[in-house]
Every structure is written in C-alpha cells, then in structure tokens.
Design a protein around this ligand. Structure first.
Ligand code: FMN
Length: 194
C-alpha cells in the first residue's frame, strides 16, 4: 500500500519534550492540507514495545504535550542525516546531536529547527485525530511561521525556485527519489476550446 502512494514528501519533524529535550524524526505520511490558514498533517504509526505491545513514538508524545512542532524540508545534502534520525532511539536522545546537525531557534514556537534545511514550518497543533489501530494518530498543525532560505526563493516570481530546492521524495522501503527532472504543463483556461 505504501508503494502505491509515491513519491511522498518527507516531514522531518522536530519537537521537544516537557523538559525541553529536542527530538527529530522523519514522517512521510505527510501532506499540506489547506493554505487558508496554512495547515499541514502527518501521521505517527505505533512503535513496537519491548513487551510486544504498541507504544507511541517520541514525536507524538511531544506534540501531545507541548502542542508545537517544526516541519523541516529534507533536500539532497540532508538525506543521510535525515536517515540517521529515523532510528528507534530512547526519548532522552537528542537526534540533532546524534546526526551532527546544527539547530536554530524558532520565531514563534519553543521547538528548535534544522538550521541547514531550506524550509522550516513552525507549527501549532490544531487537532490530533486517532486513526486505524491505535496508537496511530494524524497530527494536524497550523503553520504559524515559515522560514525560506534565500537561495530557494525567486523574488521575480514570488515563488519557490523548484530547480534549486532539490527536495527528497520517499518511495517504499529503503528507496527514495530526487527531484531533478521537472516539466511544465499549463492548466487549461476556463474557456479552453481544446
Ligand atoms: C523516510 C522515512 C519516513 C518515515 N515516515 C514515517 C511515518 O510517516 N510515520 C511513522 O510513524 N514513522 C515513519 N518513519 C519511521 C520514524 O521516523 C521512526 O519510527 C522514528 O524512530 C520515530 O522517531 P521518534 O520516536 O523520535 O518520533 C519514517 C522513517 C523514514 C526513514
């Protein structure tokens, strides 16, 4: 099923626990769900626990507690460090340090962001919806502050430069895709005659 919905964007989600310990992990059950107000969603699947049960991932626990997170966009140079942060580490492990990533403070939330990421979306939780076999949860967050690195923004068009962004897409299993081949296709106008 996962391989049928490809390529998927990756939300590299930073969060903090109640004591302020940072956490960072990738989630490719991820999408933008509306732009008014800017809103994104990702889902956290259960984690197998030592006793054979199903537990919550650190990210889910943190966003339930603090109601804040940051979505960092993964580009080509950050792919390997993103992968390092996907390990099943204990909650007290700071994946920024583990992966050798510099953090930067956020403007509107207490969660640090990945300094080298081309885009950081600071989010406040809108809703956490239990889905399927628990504890699977869909986390919906409103983007309250957006950081865009200068080199991926095209001031002439007021849009992101898709040739410079170079995001990484998730396929299935251990497979990923680059975004290096881009084509344009204009949408038909309302009075389009074919
Ligand atoms: C590219 C990638 C995408 C992933 N997407 C998801 C996802 O959408 N949902 C999920 O629960 N786990 C996903 N994972 C696994 C989590 O990253 C992994 O369970 C991680 O340990 C969770 O960390 P945490 O406990 O610090 O939150 C993904 C892993 C990778 C490498």
């Amino acid at each position: 099923m996962i391989g049928c919905v490809v390529p998927r964007p990756i939300a590299w989600v930073s969060s903090v626990d109640a004591a302020g310990v940072p956490n960072l992990a990738p989630f490719s059950y991820f999408m933008a769900i509306t732009h008014d107000p800017p809103t994104v969603a990702f889902s956290s699947s259960p984690r197998a626990t030592a006793g054979g049960g199903r537990g919550k991932k650190d990210t889910l626990r943190n966003v339930e507690t603090t109601r804040e997170f940051v979505v960092n966009v993964v580009d080509d140079p950050l792919a390997e460090q993103m992968n390092v942060t996907s390990g099943d580490y204990a909650p007290e492990i700071d994946e920024f340090t583990l992966a050798g990533l510099a953090s930067a403070p956020s403007a509107r939330v207490r969660v640090p962001r990945v300094a080298a990421a081309p885009i950081n979306m600071e989010c406040r939780v809108v809703q956490i919806i239990p889905i399927g076999n628990l504890p699977s949860n869909l986390v919906i967050g409103e983007v309250v502050h957006l950081h865009i690195r200068d080199d991926v923004y095209d001031p002439a068009s007021g849009r992101l430069d898709m040739h410079r962004l170079r995001p990484v897409g998730r396929l299935a299993g251990h497979l990923y895709t680059h975004v290096h081949e881009i084509f344009e296709m204009k949408r038909p106008a309302v009075d389009y005659k074919g």
